[in-house]
Design a protein around this ligand. Structure first.
Ligand SMILES: NC(=O)c1ccc[n+]([C@@H]2O[C@H](COP(=O)([O-])OP(=O)(O)OC[C@H]3O[C@@H](n4cnc5c(N)ncnc54)[C@H](O)[C@@H]3O)[C@@H](O)[C@H]2O)c1
Length: 294
């Protein structure tokens, strides 16, 4: 199958591309390199540098490469940034998604995977979140993903564009060849590793009033290779569906710092406390602190 991966030069997209190619698929990557890296694109994938805002560039891409399926990762996704700049998210991201959907329909593509977000659930009733949980987006970022999910529902009904929307919190980890490299880096695990490598002086953990033993919040992480597999299996299945990807083990942020403290050359600043993590507190971190998913 020939698959178009938007955002395929970014963290998750580049690893999905690598895994698709390992399965013998043909891949074309479309990325504006706003955050991604040309070097992260697998050498066997075709690469087109362009922006999803550019309808003409998309038409040229579809005409030349004729993809049969689309995986959409080309999306800025910072919750805090979306609170400060809602138009970028609800405006640009939705418009870009519409451009992509229009091109997909015009060029008769029948499979679409949206990398969505667990930020669709601001105050979930249960953790792990149930598939039946009521959708209440937690930010303009979450709202923009939800709008795309709704658009996909109509494209499926009207044009038979089969889709899956995968909702998850935090991606983590790397493959043997590719990993996370954002500028500036705002994600906790790469930041912790930068401290362990002596590239950064300290880690700041936001929030100390959560109902956990140390007051730090609980996060859900899914390994990027598991995410890649889930996206690819959803592409092959191509039934209209949405699924939440969650891990069984949740982590308090203090525990992540403990991992850093066990890195060679590091002396723990505080004694380690290995108590089981209680349920994640729903609700927003204080002030302007970023509440991540995505
Ligand atoms: N990283 C996470 O923890 C996480 C969690 C949940 C959902 N997601 C979703 O997964 C997707 C990818 O996340 P990531 O961590 O790989 O992000 P990333 O920033 O590493 O990758 C996104 C890629 O999209 C490209 N891009 C952005 N806007 C574009 C545009 N207008 N036109 C063309 N290319 C564009 C960027 O250059 C970048 O290469 C996002 O849609 C995000 O919402 C990520």
């Amino acid at each position: 199958m020939k698959i178009l991966v938007t955002g395929g030069a970014g963290y998750i997209g580049s690893i999905v591309v690598e895994q698709l190619i390992a399965r013998g698929e043909q891949v074309v990557v479309f990325d504006n390199l706003y955050q991604g890296h040309r070097a992260a694109v697998h050498p066997d994938a075709a690469f087109v540098q362009g922006d999803l805002a550019d309808r003409a560039a998309l038409d040229a891409l579809f005409t030349e490469h004729r993809p049969e399926g689309i995986m959409h990762f080309g999306f800025p996704y910072l919750v805090g940034e979306s609170m400060q700049n809602p138009f970028l998210y609800i405006g640009d991201n939705v418009t870009n998604g519409l451009n992509l959907l229009q091109a997909a329909v015009q060029h008769d593509v029948r499979r679409f995977i949206l990398s969505s977000t667990a930020n669709l659930f601001d105050q979930p009733e249960h953790m792990p979140i149930a598939e039946t949980e009521r959708i209440v987006p937690g930010s303009p970022y979450g709202e923009s993903k939800f709008i795309l999910e709704r658009l996909l529902h109509w494209m499926d009904r009207i044009y038979g564009l089969r889709f899956a929307a995968l909702r998850y919190f935090n991606a983590c980890g790397a493959s043997a060849e590719r990993g996370e490299d954002h500028h500036p880096e705002l994600h906790l695990i790469p930041i912790i590793l930068e401290v362990a490598r002596g590239k950064r002086a300290k880690v700041t953990i936001f929030g100390d009033d959560y109902p956990t033993p140390d007051g730090t919040c609980v996060r859900d992480y899914v390994h990027v290779l598991d995410l890649a597999q889930a996206h690819i299996l959803a592409l092959y299945a191509s039934t209209a569906a949405a699924a939440i990807l969650q891990s069984r083990q949740r982590y308090r942020l203090q525990r992540q710092r403990s991992c850093r403290d066990r890195a060679p050359g590091h002396r723990p600043a505080h004694p380690r406390r290995d108590r089981p993590a209680p349920p994640r507190r729903s609700g927003r971190a204080r002030g302007q602190q970023r509440r991540h998913p995505p």
